[in-house]
Design a protein around this ligand. Structure first.
Ligand code: 5GP
Length: 200
C-alpha cells in the first residue's frame, strides 16, 4: 500500500478535546476544497450540539454498535482504530486507500494513539497537532460548549493533559487562538508539504 499511497497525501490532525478541531477543520475544508475529509466510525452515541441539533450518521461519524465495530476490526476494515474515553473510533480503510491511490489529499482527525499508528504504517503522512492557547482556556471551552455532562468534561480534561504530552511527536504544532488563523496556518502547511515540485 505504501508505494501506491505515495501518490496521494495523508494529513492527520489531532488535539485535545475542546481545542476546536471541528471548527478549524470546517474552516480548513472551505479554504481548501481539494481536501477530502474521512468520516470516522465510532461506538459513541451521537452528541447534541450547542445549537440543539444532533450529530447525524454518515455526516459527523458513522455510528455503530460495539459488536459491529469488533466485526469491522476482524474484517480488517480500519486503517487504524483506538479506544478513547470508553468508546472506539476507527478510520475506514477502503475509503482512504481509494482516495490516496487516486492521488487525493486526505485529512484524518484522530486522537493521539491512532495518529501514532498512522505514523508507523505511513511515515510519509503529515501530522499536525492543534494546541489550545492555554490549558485554562481549554477547560473553559470544554465546560462552555455544554456538549457533555460535567463528569464527562472532567474525564476529557484528564485525557487532554495526557494528550498534550504527545504534541512533541507531531511534525507541526498550531495554536488555535482564532479559528480562521489556525485554519490558514494548517492550509499553508498542507500547501507546502503537498507541493508538486514537478510543476517547477
Ligand atoms: P469525539 O468523541 O470528541 O468526537 O472524539 C474523541 C476523540 O476521538 C477526538 O480526539 C477525535 O479526534 C478522535 N477521533 C475521531 N475519529 C477518530 C478515528 O477514526 N480514529 C481515532 N484514532 N481517533 C478518532
Amino acid at each position: 500500500m505504501n508505494s501506491v499511497a505515495a501518490q496521494g497525501s495523508l494529513i492527520v490532525i489531532s488535539g485535545p478535546s475542546g481545542v476546536g478541531k471541528a471548527s478549524v477543520l470546517k474552516a480548513l475544508l472551505v479554504k481548501s476544497p481539494d481536501l477530502y475529509y474521512s468520516i470516522s466510525t465510532t461506538t459513541r452515541l451521537p452528541r447534541r450540539m450547542p445549537d440543539g441539533t444532533v450529530e447525524r450518521d454518515g455526516v459527523e461519524y458513522f455510528f455503530v454498535s460495539d459488536q459491529e465495530f469488533k466485526s469491522m476490526i476482524e474484517q480488517d476494515e480500519f486503517l487504524e482504530w483506538a479506544e478513547f474515553n470508553g468508546h472506539y473510533y476507527g478510520t475506514p480503510r477502503a475509503y482512504v486507500e481509494k482516495l490516496l491511490v487516486e492521488g487525493k489529499k486526505v485529512v484524518l482527525e484522530l486522537e493521539t494513539k491512532g495518529a501514532a499508528q498512522i505514523q508507523k504504517i505511513m511515515p510519509e503522512a503529515t501530522l499536525i497537532f492543534l494546541v489550545p492557547p492555554s490549558m485554562n482556556e481549554l477547560e473553559c471551552r470544554l465546560v462552555g460548549r455544554r456538549t457533555e455532562d460535567l463528569n464527562e468534561v472532567d474525564k476529557r480534561i484528564g485525557i487532554a493533559y495526557e494528550e498534550m504530552k504527545a504534541a512533541v511527536l507531531y511534525d507541526y504544532q498550531v495554536v488555535n487562538d482564532v479559528v480562521d488563523r489556525a485554519a490558514d496556518q494548517i492550509k499553508d502547511i498542507i500547501d507546502v508539504v503537498t507541493f508538486d515540485h514537478r510543476q517547477l
